[in-house]
Every structure is written in C-alpha cells, then in structure tokens.
Design a binder for this molecule. Structure first.
Ligand SMILES: Cc1cc2nc3c(=O)[nH]c(=O)nc-3n(C[C@H](O)[C@H](O)[C@H](O)COP(=O)(O)OP(=O)(O)OC[C@H]3O[C@@H](n4cnc5c(N)ncnc54)[C@H](O)[C@@H]3O)c2cc1C
Length: 460
C-alpha cells in the first residue's frame, strides 16, 4: 500500500486527550495518511507534562542539585550554603512545561493534525462534540481514540484543600516547602514524593499500609530504598492505613487504623489514580468499562469496533512510555498498516523507573515472580561499590541484578538500584525485548569507566 493510496482513503481519526497516548496516536495516524483531529481540554502534553512525569522529575532534579551542593566538600569544593527560591523553582517548572508544549504542538501541526481546545463527548460511535470557548463543534470520525488519562484518587475520608492537605497536583511547588510532610501511600508516586521533599529540606513521615515500601517490587530493591530513607531520617509508619486527616491550627494530623497518628505541617495523598471517563458518554454507546477503565482487546479496541482506548484509560500499565506505544499501535492497527514486523505490546517487558536516590529501575521477570511460578532462573548480582565510575562520581550505592535462563542464557529481566538506573535499565530492556543472551551483553564493548560495565559483569 502506498502513501498516496492511504491518503486517498483519508480515514478520519478523532482523538480525545493530548497526553502521550493521544499525541502518539495523532502523529502516527497522520504520518500514515489519516486526517486527524485532536481534542484537548487543557494542555497539549497532557497530565504527563502538567502534573505527573515532568514536574515531579524537575522538582527531584532541583532536590538533587541541593543535595550535591550540600555534599560539595566530598567533591573537593566549597560552594557555601544554598537554599530554595520558590519563585525561581516555579518559573523553572513553567518554563519546562511551556517548552515541551510548544515542541509537541509544532510536531502535531507539522503533521497537519487539527488541534481543538475543548472538552469532548461522544454523541454516537461516529460523532464527537467538542465544547470550546467559542461554542460547540461536531466532528465525524471513522476512528475514535479515547486517551483521556487519569487523575489522583482521593479517599472518601478527606477533602484536599490544596494548601495543607495536598494531592500530587498541588505540589509543583506548593506555596511553601512543608516543614514536615506526611506522605500517604508508599507506591512509586508516594516514595518519589518522599525523596523529593526530603531533598528539598522537609521532614518527612511516610504512611506505609503494608510491611514493605513499594509492595509490588522486588523485596531486595525495596529494602535498599527503605534503608536509604531511614538513613536520611524519614519516619516510616508501617502496617498503618490512614483513615482521617485533621487540620488543627498549624498542625495536620493523619490518623491511622492501628490507633497511631502522625503530626506534621502538611499531608500529601498518593494512593493511586482513577480514570477520566465520566464525561465521555461511554455507557450510552455500549463501550464496556470496568471500574471506569475502558475494556480493550490486545489491539486496544473497545467493545465498539471503531473505538479504541490508550494510555491510563485503558487500565493497562500506567506509564507514559506505554501510553505512547499504545497510541502508535492503535494508529497502525486502525490504518491496517504495520510499519515494522508486528509485535503485540508485551506489558511484562516494559521498563519502569523510580526517581528516588538511589534510582530504582526494573524490567521483565523479577526474582520473586520466577520463584512464585517455580521457574528456574540464574540470578547474578554486581554491586556498584566495585565500579570505578561510581567511586569517581562519589556515589557507589546499589547494584545490578540480572535474571537469565540457566539453560539458554536468554536475558529474562533485571533490576538496578543506583545512580542513573533509569538510563542503564534500557540495556537490559533491549536484551529482554530482542531475546539477547548474557553472552551478547558480556561480549559488548562498553565504555570505561562507566556504570554500564556493571551490566557486562553481571552477565558473566
Ligand atoms: C506523580 C506522577 C508521576 C509520574 N511519573 C511518571 C514517569 O516518570 N514516567 C512514566 O512513564 N509515567 C509516569 N507517570 C504516569 C504517567 O503520567 C501516565 O501514565 C501518563 O500521563 C498517561 O498518559 P495518557 O496519555 O493516558 O493521559 P494524560 O497524560 O493524563 O493525558 C490525558 C489528557 O486528556 C485530557 N482530557 C481528559 N478528558 C478530556 C475530554 N473529555 N476532552 C478533551 N480532553 C480531555 C486531559 O486534559 C489530559 O491532558 C506518573 C504519574 C504520576 C501521577
């Protein structure tokens, strides 16, 4: 099929939501010759750029800079004291957001994607209405892609005020750095906020409903993070579920189901997310949902044949990287074109990272999961304390753990705790996706001195 014949078919996509899923679906569909309308009610780039991935990592980067300065003597420097300027920090965050919004908008418009600012709702399986500042517009669609994302889940027992009781969306940055922040929720988001505010100078208490922070992660990895938190003075309330938050004068008190309570200046709720589906009119159209997430098949098609869903709304793996890949897969599937040999998305092979210090990243099969299913594996572990580069950088915490098949040597997964883990994990992710073996890794000529040498060593 040629690009010319695709263009003559002019399949019309209407995509709702301009986050990673929607942007990716739009650019790929447009490249494949579709006419594309993208409707976004807020900011192009989505929650990912406005509230989630980008501002959180930008705040963490500022915290890291502060930590480097505080430890500058270790690097042979005397740079004096430094402190946070909240206005400068706010300007920095808005600057990053604006630049990213501009570059995505340019990319979309360069592909002739029509951008519509407004809130979309489905009138029928082929008609979408956008309520814009200048009134309503209706669009005919051959293909509809729902990419409306998610928002923070708020428990029924509290009502965040955005000042003392915060959701993750109130934190970029809050009006002042909390003297003592109580973080409720010890999943990926919770621990990133613990690290962020601890680096920015807050006292932090973490309410952990189970006995392990990061309950879904490899226990050894979680233990490394927990040890770091304790060494930095983070207070952990383990096995405690928050059930109420009271603001009393200057104090915020979080009460737990085991009778304990934590007193601080602010509380932050990080207990997961819920899908943005309510305004889409899905029930009336017969688009099946489960707990608000659109039920999709392996091609991300909903129960209505021309309606797809991607990103957080699809209820799969809530990661930006996954959302983007889903968007691309939908464009290719709906256009009947696969630009490469086709592979279904394998969520078990998605790399993910936690931007704490040390960073944590993993991909593929975890040691505990292999144990649970009785699969024989070979586990090799190399600490960064033996890495020349880690010593040069002044941070030799952490390790690389590589999981492979003992018979074939095929790399099945791995975890990394340590500096730049989020970057280093890509090597293992590539090995897992491409079916490479430990010999492939071991015989690769990596740079010296570099942290990646630990990967080759783990492969020996
Ligand atoms: C604090 C935090 C940090 C995170 N950090 C990372 C990270 O480091 N790496 C990572 O991979 N993932 C991270 N995530 C997850 C990531 O942000 C999400 O998986 C990703 O944003 C999902 O993309 P999406 O396209 O589905 O939706 P979103 O990014 O949520 O975008 C959806 C868009 O749809 C719009 N919209 C909603 N309803 C309508 C409507 N009716 N009409 C028009 N527009 C509508 C919204 O305004 C929004 O812009 C983080 C999440 C959180 C909460």
């Amino acid at each position: 099929m040629t690009a010319g014949s695709l263009r003559r078919m002019a399949t019309r996509f209407v995509i709702i939501g301009g986050g990673p899923a929607g942007n990716s679906a739009a650019t790929h569909a447009a490249r494949l010759g579709a006419e594309v309308v993208l409707i976004e009610s807020d900011v192009i780039g989505g929650a990912a750029h406005l509230w989630d991935c980008i501002p959180s990592k930008a705040m963490i980067a500022t915290g890291s800079a502060l930590t480097y300065v505080a430890h500058s003597e270790d690097m042979g420097l005397d740079v004096g004291r430094s402190e946070i300027d909240i206005d400068l920090l706010r300007t920095r965050l808005r600057g990053i957001e604006n630049k990213l919004e501009r570059s995505i908008t340019e990319l979309l418009t360069s592909q002739s994607v029509e951008l519509v600012r407004g809130r979309a709702t489905l009138l029928d399986a082929h008609t979408v209405r956008a309520d814009t500042a200048n009134g309503s517009r209706e669009f005919h669609a051959d293909i509809i892609v729902l990419c409306t994302g998610s928002r923070p889940r708020i428990p029924v027992w509290t009502a965040p005020d955005g000042v003392r009781v915060l959701t993750t969306r109130d934190a970029y940055p809050p009006p002042r750095i909390p003297e003592h922040l109580i973080v409720i929720g010890s999943g990926v988001t919770g621990v990133e906020f613990v690290h962020m505010f601890k680096s920015l100078g807050s006292e932090v208490t973490l309410i952990v409903s189970r006995q392990q922070v990061l309950p879904s992660k490899d226990p050894e990895v979680a233990a490394a993070l927990e040890a770091d938190f304790l060494a930095r003075g983070v207070r952990l309330y383990k096995g405690a579920r928050a059930i109420a938050i009271d603001v009393e004068g200057d104090d915020v008190i979080v009460r737990c189901d085991d009778g304990r309570s934590a007193k601080g200046s602010h509380a932050l709720i990080a207990i997961g997310s819920m899908p943005n589906y309510e305004t889409l009119n899905l029930d009336a159209l017969g688009v099946a949902t489960r707990d608000g997430y659109v039920v999709v098949d392996h091609n991300l098609k909903s129960t209505v044949p021309n309606i797809y869903a991607a990103g957080d709304l699809s209820g799969k793996l809530p990661l930006s990287s996954v959302a983007s890949m889903q968007g691309r897969k939908i464009a290719e599937h709906a256009m009947g074109v696969h630009v490469r040999p086709h592979r279904h998305l394998d969520y078990d092979k998605a790399a993910s990272a936690i931007f704490t210090e040390p960073e944590i990243a993993d991909v593929g099969l975890a040691e505990a999961d292999a144990f649970a299913i009785g699969r024989k594996i070979r586990v090799t572990k190399v600490p960064f304390s033996a890495s020349a580069r880690a010593l040069i950088d002044g941070d030799a915490r952490g390790f690389v753990k590589l999981i492979s098949d003992p018979m074939t040597g095929v790399v099945l997964g791995g975890s990394i705790v340590g500096r730049h883990a989020a970057e280093l994990i890509s090597v293992i992710a590539l090995a897992v996706t491409a079916g490479l073996t430990v010999v492939d890794l071991d015989e690769s000529l990596f740079v010296h001195p570099a942290l990646s040498e630990a990967l080759a060593e783990a492969a020996q």
